[in-house]
Design a protein around this ligand. Structure first.
Ligand SMILES: Nc1ncnc2c1ncn2[C@@H]1O[C@H](COP(=O)(O)OP(=O)(O)OP(=O)(O)O)[C@@H](O)[C@H]1O
Length: 344
């Protein structure tokens, strides 16, 4: 079990982790989900003792990661965002070295390394120098190192980043296999990944935990904003007049479509299914409906809504950066043109 209590990390004036509190129970796959810069890596680095916190504490099975690191670290295997690999070693040499660092007894080391080589599918490259391996294989070596000795808790920072689709599927399968006997915590900015692999999702935005629940519950949490979508030949005013008396209609947004039909999105209260009443209301007024459907809230909607400010801030930063870059390019081109002119 991991307890994260009131965790804060400041870089100068910038708060990267902002009073995080959560508990990780045994035997599940947890996902840290958040946009770039949300504070996922910083949190994982603190949880694994790679980084000190400004405030707060992390307890791993009751052991404080900073005050009692040896006991706490025994329970954890960690794959950081950039795995610290010794690239002049072969895969086997490196894993043997990692096993030694993890204090796996000499007579058990060979078997322990063999097991992770098999699980991470490294057999074909085990004698190769790490520097000659592809990014995907290096990631697997990092993962093999993390699971070496089969610690209770396995923490993986963006485990599938840079992998091709086939490798991603393999790594996800491996994570599921590990979760049968371990607690796995992984971070990702890819929603589909977290949704597919994790039992529990923690959404982090600007260093804060903005939601944490199962993927299904998170979707249901947002179900208050369930909507029904319609298309009709009625005008926008007629649509509003017809829908106003219908029970459980919260809000109506209309628009005129390119083909002159009217589209409307109806926000529904009380999780009601209003499709029948909507159908009858339009039928009574002899206004045919061309489309009528429930629009389910997806985890993607939840994620976007909860991290919207981050995305906006990032867009602003990107826009500023692009503006600076394009100014720099313009300047370079002008300088280039001047040089060319000089050369002629
Ligand atoms: N060593 C550092 N010095 C200063 N600021 C840092 C440092 N490390 C991280 N940050 C800042 O802290 C914030 C959180 O970064 P962090 O790497 O934890 O985010 P993340 O969610 O893991 O993002 P990504 O998915 O891009 O790795 C960011 O704004 C980042 O710029």
């Amino acid at each position: 079990m991991i307890e994260v209590k009131n965790l804060v990390k400041k870089y100068g004036n910038h708060i990267a982790v902002d009073h995080l509190n959560f508990t990780i129970e045994e035997g599940k796959i947890y996902g840290f989900l958040g946009p770039n810069g949300a504070g996922k890596s910083t949190t994982m680095n603190i949880m694994t003792g790679y980084l000190g916190a400004t405030e707060g504490e992390v307890l791993i099975n009751g052991h404080n990661i900073l005050k009692d690191p040896e006991e706490a670290k025994k329970c954890i295997g960690y794959l950081p965002e950039i795995p610290p690999l010794y690239t002049d070693m072969t895969v086997l040499e490196y894993l043997d070295f990692a096993a030694e660092l993890k204090k796996i007894k000499k007579k058990e080391r060979e078997e322990a390394v063999e097991q992770v080589v098999k699980l991470a599918k490294l057999y074909d490259v085990q004698e190769r120098l790490i520097k000659n391996l592809s990014k995907g294989y290096r990631q697997r070596v990092g993962l093999a190192q993390a699971i070496l000795g089969f610690p209770e808790i396995i923490i993986l920072d963006e485990p599938t980043v840079g992998l091709d689709p086939k490798q991603i599927i393999e790594i996800r399968e491996l994570i599921r296999t590990l979760a049968k006997n371990h607690t796995v915590i992984l971070s990702s900015h890819i929603l589909a990944e977290v949704q597919e692999v994790c039992d529990y999702v923690m959404i982090i935005s600007k260093g804060k935990l903005v939601a944490s629940d199962t993927p299904v519950n998170l979707e249901q949490l947002m179900a208050g904003s369930e909507t029904v979508e319609i298309t009709t030949r009625a005008t926008q005013t007629e649509v509003r007049d017809i829908l106003r008396p219908v029970a459980n209609v919260e809000k109506i947004t209309t628009q005129v479509n390119k083909d002159n039909t009217t589209g409307a999105v109806i926000e529904v209260k009380n999780h009601a299914d209003i499709r029948e009443s909507v159908f009858m209301a339009f039928a009574e007024k002899k206004k045919p409906l061309l489309l009528l459907k429930n629009t389910k809230v997806s985890l993607e909607d939840v994620f976007l809504e909860l991290t919207q400010n981050d995305a906006e801030a990032e867009k602003l930063e990107t826009d500023e950066l692009e503006a600076e870059e394009s100014d720099a390019v313009k300047q370079e081109m002008e300088e280039g043109e001047n040089e060319d002119a000089g050369n002629l």
